[in-house]
Write a protein that binds this ligand. Structure first.
Ligand SMILES: [Zn+2]
Length: 272
């Protein structure tokens, strides 16, 4: 740091630092700033998962995931301006989650949990759709408003806004609670994405139906917010009926699906 930088910093710090920071943040065009926030939020989550040793760097399980991930990326990428990347992670409960910036995390046990390829594809299409709709950022911005009210201007002296949003996201990563409407919207976009990949969009409906009568602790977290939500299934079926040119060719019978087979106790090498 040179003298000028130091002097600038001192001035910044001594003359209403909060106002200066607000000014700087406001000077950045909103769209660019939001996009940058998304990448930074995603990177913070990646760094944290990596630090916890959860990210699987290599495993034969990737051979199973890759064709699905590649097909979803081809279908979904035109709708989002950062590259989608899929990572396997090792966590206690079967789950999948997507973070702003394009990363999609698939818990290894989810691969053992789904009955067929279309259920896995449907789940991942749903998660990718949350990213396309910027749902996580919107949720964290709501959270930010609440927290700002609680702690006042002090946060402006601390980490940047993106870091602050990332911090909120890390705290809530496994308890993100979207409204039914937001979930349903991700279902519908997810089914469009899935149809474009060629995987059967009924996969998500089958997954809902599989766990309709299951106990909450058995249900993957990604479904557990609204586990018995017939409304979501109804909305999907309505969407399929209204768009026969897209969906009519897909068989609604789960017996028509190809079982998803993964090697048992597949070795996993973790990213450090
Ligand atoms: Zn969701």
């Amino acid at each position: 740091m040179n003298v000028f930088e130091l002097r600038r910093k001192v001035i910044l710090c001594t003359t209403a630092a909060a106002l200066c920071l607000v000014g700087l943040v406001n000077a950045i065009p909103i769209a660019a700033q939001d996009q940058d926030d998304e990448v930074q939020m995603g990177q913070s989550v990646f760094d944290q998962l990596k630090a916890k040793g959860e990210i699987i760097e290599s495993s034969p399980l990737y051979d199973q995931l890759k064709p699905i991930a590649d097909a979803i990326t081809r279908a979904a990428q035109p709708r989002y301006n950062h590259p989608f990347k899929f990572y396997l992670v090792h966590e206690a409960h079967p789950n999948a989650f997507a973070t702003p910036g394009g990363n999609v995390y698939v818990v290894d046990s989810l691969l053992y949990f789904v009955k067929n390829t279309d259920e896995l594809a449907g789940t991942l299409c749903h998660e990718v759709s949350h990213t396309i709709h910027h749902d996580t950022v919107t949720l964290m911005e709501e959270e930010e408003k609440i927290r700002k009210r609680e702690i006042g201007a002090t946060i402006l002296l601390g980490p940047s806004r993106a870091q602050f949003l990332a911090m909120l996201l890390l705290g809530k990563l496994h308890s993100l609670s979207y409204s039914r409407d937001v979930e349903s919207r991700a279902d519908l976009t997810g089914s469009d994405v899935c149809a474009a990949t060629g995987y059967n969009p009924w996969g998500l409906v089958w997954l809902f139906q599989d766990f309709k009568s299951a106990r909450t602790e058995e249900v993957p977290q990604l479904l557990s917010d609204h586990p018995n939500d017939q409304n979501r299934v109804n909305a999907l079926e309505r969407h399929f009926r209204r768009n026969p040119s897209v969906f009519k060719k897909f068989n609604p019978d789960p017996k028509s699906a190809t079982p998803f087979v993964v090697p048992k106790n597949a070795p996993e090498v973790f990213l450090h």
